[in-house]
Write a protein that binds this ligand. Structure first.
Ligand code: FAD
Ligand code: NAD
Length: 456
């Protein structure tokens, strides 16, 4: 049994920063990781997908080059090379983190799956670590920090377990381009991968229960549907009832549509919490979705155990997870009142913060709406990127920002103008009257905020 001052379980976004900070204060810390340091984001999430997206964007721009008076000849995608670039980048980033974990004083990096095995004497938590060969060691500490994240939630579809389906992890390990990628799920993962693989040259069919980008406003869903369709992606609304292997490929029965066949099947139907991997004796209270319940400084129902990142259900993004670590390390900061700004990295991307139109209608507040189509935004016109819309919602009585939906050029960055204003409690006339840079997308916020109308 090895004693520590703290054990961090999971080397995702929040865990390493807590561990490095503790170790720098002279506390003895163990970081237990069952897969690879960097967690989902670094190894099979944000970073490899955005690196791969960069190749897809280049292919798309090259195909459009003649529109801009640039002639590049035939565009040929070498998927092996594109994915090789991704792995080189990611391996380098992971090696940097691994080196930092291995070389920090007072910090032990322990490979294996951690289970919480109870606290019979009420003094220290016991963490059992089982490595890939079945070897076990026990660690004890008065403090345990959970950063165990989530994994792909696999829907119960008849026959699914008998076919070679992919999650994002296996998809990113392909070295050859799928001839026809069928994606179940039209959320972030389905749309980001769907557009990329289509731009690489795969046939792509998205089977979206509830439609694509189901949480967004109908006009946003329609713009995305039109965009994807124009690029040759097939979108069908429905939920597969049955899946089977058919020759080298797969066949899905979708009651609303019929049979869909493809060479590869990606399942992208949401995430589930990894709290179950901590074993049956963790004693942690969870919500109805299986996420760990915490207070505003991440304390769980078990004294001396904190939960940071996706596993606490307070965010589902790298930036929320990373910030959990930062907030935790800087008391008396709390997560209460955090404004979560986020983006879906289609091209063009969708930037979101706060209320959608439906949320605003449901709020019962006196809401004003301002919007412009991207086709009116001069920067977007100059770059021939006219797809999308900029929309801002404010409270007419309090002048607070309520939300923004920006679909279009640079929306992932542009939306942060409103996100920061909301977090800072800035009233909308301040942004309306601020001086913007020309020609940028953000320069349209004063225009939008100067022409607000009551929400119908
Ligand atoms: C394809 C994809 C694309 C994404 N793109 C974006 C994006 O562009 N922007 C964005 O903000 N977010 C994105 N996300 C979401 C983002 O990856 C997650 O929100 C983020 O990684 C959560 O970080 P975390 O540290 O909370 O958990 P994770 O990154 O999941 O880390 C948890 C770690 O804990 C380890 N672990 C779990 N249980 C145990 C155990 N019992 N013992 C030992 N170790 C354990 C896991 O192996 C893992 O390394 C994407 C996700 C996916 C899947
Ligand atoms: N850009 C980003 O920040 C980014 C990118 C990728 C992933 N992520 C994170 O990963 C999470 C998971 O992404 P995701 O796309 O898997 O989930 P999601 O929740 O965004 O979308 C899943 C979709 O699958 C549909 N669905 C569920 N079961 C189905 C079934 N049986 N048949 C057909 N459709 C079905 C749902 O209706 C939903 O629209 C996101 O919520 C986000 O937190 C973030």
């Amino acid at each position: 049994m090895v004693q520590y001052d703290a054990v961090v379980i999971g080397a995702g976004q929040a865990g390493p920063s807590v561990a490095f900070s503790y170790a720098a204060q002279g506390k003895r810390v163990a970081v237990v990781e069952m897969a690879q340091p960097g967690g989902t984001c670094l190894n099979h999430g944000c970073r490899p997908t955005k690196a791969l997206r960069a190749s897809a964007t280049v292919a798309h721009s090259a195909r459009r080059a003649a529109e801009f008076g640039v002639h590049v000849g035939e565009v040929r995608v070498d998927f092996g090379q594109a994915i090789g670039r991704v792995h080189t980048l990611i391996d380098g980033m992971r090696a940097g983190l691994q080196h930092a974990l291995d070389s920090a004083d007072n910090l032990d990096y322990v490979e294996g799956r951690a289970t919480l095995v109870g606290d019979p004497e009420g003094r220290a938590h016991r963490v059992l670590v089982t490595d890939a060969e079945g070897g076990e060691q026990e660690l004890t500490a008065p403090e345990v920090h959970l950063n165990v994240g989530t994994r792909a939630a696999i829907p119960s579809i008849d026959g699914l377990e008998d076919v070679a389906y992919l999650t994002e992890t296996e998809l990113l390990n392909l070295t050859e381009l799928p001839a026809h990628l069928v994606i179940v799920g039209g959320g972030y993962i389905g749309l980001e991968f769907g557009q990329m693989f289509r731009r690489f040259g795969s046939e792509v069919t998205i089977v979206a229960g509830g439609g694509i980008a189901a949480r967004e406003d109908p006009d946003v869903q329609q713009i995305l549907t039109d965009l994807f369709t124009s690029e040759g992606v097939t979108i069908v609304a429905g939920r597969p009832s049955h899946v089977r292997q058919e020759g080298d490929g797969i066949a899905l029965e979708v009651p609303e549509v019929g049979t869909i066949t493809g060479s590869h099947l990606l399942v992208a139907t949401g995430r589930r919490s990894n709290v179950d991997l901590l074993g049956p004796d963790s004693g942690l209270e969870t919500d109805e979705r299986g996420f760990v319940i915490t207070d505003d400084r991440y304390a769980t129902s078990v004294p001396g155990v904190w939960a940071l990142g996706d596993v606490n259900g307070r965010g589902a993004f790298t930036h929320t997870s990373y910030q959990d670590g930062d907030i935790y390390l800087h008391p008396p900061r709390t997560v209460a009142g955090r404004v979560t700004t986020y983006a879906m990295f289609t091209d063009p991307p969708l930037g979101r913060v706060g209320m959608s139109l439906q949320d605003a209608r449901d709020s019962g507040r006196n809401v004003l709406k301002g919007e412009v189509p991207m086709s009116s935004v001069s920067r977007a016109r100059l770059e021939s990127e006219e797809t999308g819309v900029m929309r801002v919602l404010v409270d007419a009585d309090t002048e607070e920002f309520l939300g923004a939906t920006i679909l279009g050029l640079q929306a992932d960055d542009v939306v942060q103008v409103i996100g920061v204003a909301m977090q800072a409690g800035v009233r909308y006339p301040v942004v309306r009257d601020a001086l913007p840079i020309h020609p940028t997308v953000s320069e349209f916020f004063p225009t939008i905020l100067g022409s607000l109308e009551p929400l119908a």
